[in-house]
Design a protein. Sequence first.
Length: 487
Amino acid sequence: MSTPETQSSPEKLAEAVLLPGFAGTTAPDWLRRRIAGGLGGVVLFGRNVVDDEQVAALTAQLRGERDGVVVGIDEEGGDVTRLDVNTGSFVPGPLALGAADDPELTTAVAAALGERLAACGVTLNLAPCADLTLAAEDPIIGVRAFGSDPAKASPHVAAYVTGLQKYGVAACAKHFPGHGAATEDSHVALPVLPRTVEELHAIELVPFAAAIRAGVRSVMSGHLVVAAWGDEPATLNRTALTDVLRGELGFTGAVITDALEMGAVSGAYGRHDGLGRSAVRALAAGADALCLGGAAFEAEHLDACVTAIVAAVAAGELPLERLAEAASRTAGLGTDPAPAQVGPVDRRLGLEAARKALRVHGEPRLAGPPLVVDVQTDPTIAAGPMPWGLGAHLAELVPGTRALTVTPDDADVVLEAAPGFRSVVVVTREAHRHPRVRALLTALSGLDFIRVETGVPGPGGGDDHGPRIDTFSGSYVSLRAAAEYLA
């Protein structure tokens, strides 16, 4: 039976499932032409953001080319922020919200984010992470998850979905079937989950089921292999997307792929089949919207995807009805959000949540203006560069504070500066994952310092070097909350 969608040309339908990124804070001409011609939409990253007013102007520019265009953004709050890439997030991240353990507060925080995104003209937010923090050596999820216990994390996943979608912005539970047990980063490699199907249902899939019950409008596939489902990652795997996600869990919304140019797909599959072939395989497996271009993207890459998809339809490899279904579900994510006005960013709710999340070990009290040592390590690929550190906050609150930014190899610099201060505060980000940071802490142990850990504390709470504050987030508000506590 033909439908209005299947009466569209394969070329039009192929364009309609693509969500590329792009460079710049205004839409390039090639992108505007593609949107006017039916391109599904875009995903915004930090490179596209100056402030809320600029984002609102950008989305209005895109919508001026065609109503109903999908405008997505990867705004998790906390360590993964795009709106606040220049300042640090106005809300704490998921692990901090899980530590606060107040689902109503999580709903309120997500609603504040949803209202802000709606005011900016965003229709889809690629959040929340329904992953769990399961492996100590996990290099990519960490503070992006609400916790490690599926029974405790799931209410927060559902609460986040409810709050975010209050203002018409579609939420997206990711990265199905769950990235937290992986010990490799799918941006650069293809992780194999050390899980049986029974373990997945008992652990990883529980938060996704909660998100689905809460009415989440989209789910993002992860580039993750489950051996029992075959050798292909979930993004290209019909068992994962069609049999399990839709059949067993009952999801009826849009399935969005993680970026197809990531190493887990482009490395294992793209070099053999090309990006276009990966696009075809994802659609055939049951994906609807194809994310492309976490790195800056160009029109010729879209052309390659469209050509491959159209050829697959012509060859009978990809049914036209499947492509039309995917295009229809993608279009459903372009619904205009509820009207809202761009205004000053209000950090009060985020600060409330960040304060509630703090965990204090021992008695971390200042004996005078401190030396604050912010230990810099490379951010994850998902987070990217953003303002981080406690020094500026304490310098504002406690006159006489000296802020010092160091690498893990700068123990001598710290030891040379410390004698002039009665208190030393050392700030780390997942110290347990960085041997050089742990070595630095050991080298400084004679200083009797206070440690502030802004990431996952690590097994057993991390290295024990005396009094410690855990913030569970590197957001602006989490660092501010820690500074207020110490001051």
